[in-house]
Design a protein around this ligand. Structure first.
Ligand code: CAA
Length: 380
């Protein structure tokens, strides 16, 4: 067992760290305040190869492994979790979904643009009444021969207003339950596709979350992914990889908050000494570091599982469950260590605390991860 990162992994970590400091840090507080999408930063991340990291170079991707991707998401999240979720959704839900399960025409037409950052993707599963209970899709796609007619509403869609291509999960045959669900690639410009209101969110305010409405949208049959009825399994398989991304995001938020708190404790004085010299603070830092390290092993292990052809449904659920809990706890402690300054926007940790919460909710709540884990323990 080798716990060392390879030279390539160290280099990619350095590149992501530099980019986050130079390009994401300036303006991160302002973007959070104004709920401003980091358009220019996303363009630059496309140029750097961060938008299609794991995609085969023949489709314009970086041909890297999942661990490299997790490391990049972790580093970006230390500074700006709004930007990292844009990267995460595009890489591990949209690009991965099309590369793994799409056909050659779909890859040529859509993946090549998504992987280079020329186009942005969104993943549309959640609905007003189908969040955790993903089989209860109300959005319908009615088979009309050479095309489907799509109707319905999707909620809380990351990149909802800014994407060009949308992976949309819809019910094609209610009688068949989860086997009557399909996934489609939908283009933003198609008639009947309407981008609804932008959500005013607690955290990750720089990312662009919308309701989407589909009113008689004509979707060509060649835009269905996989065999008829494959949509639910497509969503589940794709989400397992997505959960590695969100786990890495949570890990980065925790790491960023920890670094801020540690550095602050070395300069802030109380009772005649730097506060890190008080055990009340030093022990907090020790606990925070311990939890981050524990989460990191789960996140990297799950990425390693995926890279080595192992089943990663359970390990990604475990990584997400643990890392998101750690992100929440560590960011709360980071605010506490900052005292009154922690409550002020310019010190960043209050934003990290707000950003951390979503990692326990999206791509499956913590309770959903426990369902996935416990089922794997209890199956015959
Ligand atoms: N891989 C392959 N197949 C899978 C699977 C997986 N990981 N998980 C389930 N399946 C299959 C099952 O084998 C079963 O198929 P068969 O009947 O052929 O055996 C079928 O799918 C149905 O499975 P279940 O009976 O287990 O389904 P369920 O209704 O009990 O739900 C669940 C399981 C784990 C709770 C699932 O619904 C789930 O993960 N829900 C959460 C959904 C979610 O994460 N939503 C987030 C939205 S996306 C998002 O947030 C993106 C964003 O913008 C950031």
């Amino acid at each position: 067992m080798d716990f060392n990162l390879s030279e390539e992994h160290l280099m990619i970590r350095e590149a992501a760290r530099d980019f986050a400091k130079q390009e994401l840090l300036p303006g991160v507080v302002e973007r959070d305040n104004k709920q401003e999408f980091p358009k220019e930063q996303v363009r630059k991340m496309g140029q750097l190869g961060f938008m299609g990291m794991m995609v085969d170079p023949k489709y314009g991707g970086g041909g890297m492994d999942t661990l490299s991707y997790a490391i990049v998401v972790e580093e970006l999240s230390k500074i700006d979790a709004s930007s990292s979720v844009i990267v995460s959704v595009n890489n591990s839900l949209v690009c991965y979904g099309i590369e793994k399960y799409g056909n050659e025409e779909q890859k040529q037409k859509y993946l090549t643009k998504l992987a280079t950052g020329e186009a942005l993707g969104a993943f549309c599963l959640s609905e007003p009444e189908a969040g955790s209970d993903a089989t209860s899709q109300k959005t319908t796609a009615i088979d009309k021969g050479d095309h489907y007619i799509l109707n319905g509403t999707k909620n809380w869609i990351t990149n909802g207003g800014s994407a060009d291509y949308y992976l949309v999960i819809a019910q094609t045959d209610k009688e068949k339950g989860h086997r009557g669900i399909n996934a489609f690639i939908v283009e933003k410009t198609w008639d009947g596709f309407e981008i609804g209101p932008k959500e005013d969110k607690l955290g990750i305010r720089g990312s662009d979350t919308h309701t989407l409405n589909f009113n008689d949208v004509k979707v060509p049959k060649e835009n269905r992914i996989g065999e008829d009825g494959f949509g639910f399994k497509f969503a589940m398989k794709t989400l397992s990889g997505g959960r590695i991304g969100i786990a890495a995001q949570a890990l980065g938020i925790a790491g960023g908050a920890f670094e801020m708190a540690r550095d602050y404790s070395k300069i802030r004085k109380s009772f005649g000494t730097e506060i890190c010299n008080h055990q009340a603070i030093a022990f907090k830092l020790a606990d925070m570091h311990l939890e981050i390290e524990a989460a990191r092993y789960l996140v990297y292990k799950s990425a390693w599982d995926k890279d080595n052809g192992n089943n990663y449904d359970t390990s990604s659920a475990m990584a997400k469950l643990k890392a998101s809990k750690v992100a929440m706890e560590v960011s709360v402690e980071a605010v506490q260590i900052h005292g009154g300054n922690g409550f002020v926007k310019e010190y960043h940790v209050e934003r990290m605390m707000r950003d951390a919460k979503i990692t326990q909710i999206y791509e499956g709540t913590s309770e959903i991860q426990k369902i996935v884990i416990s089922r794997s323990l209890l199956k015959d």
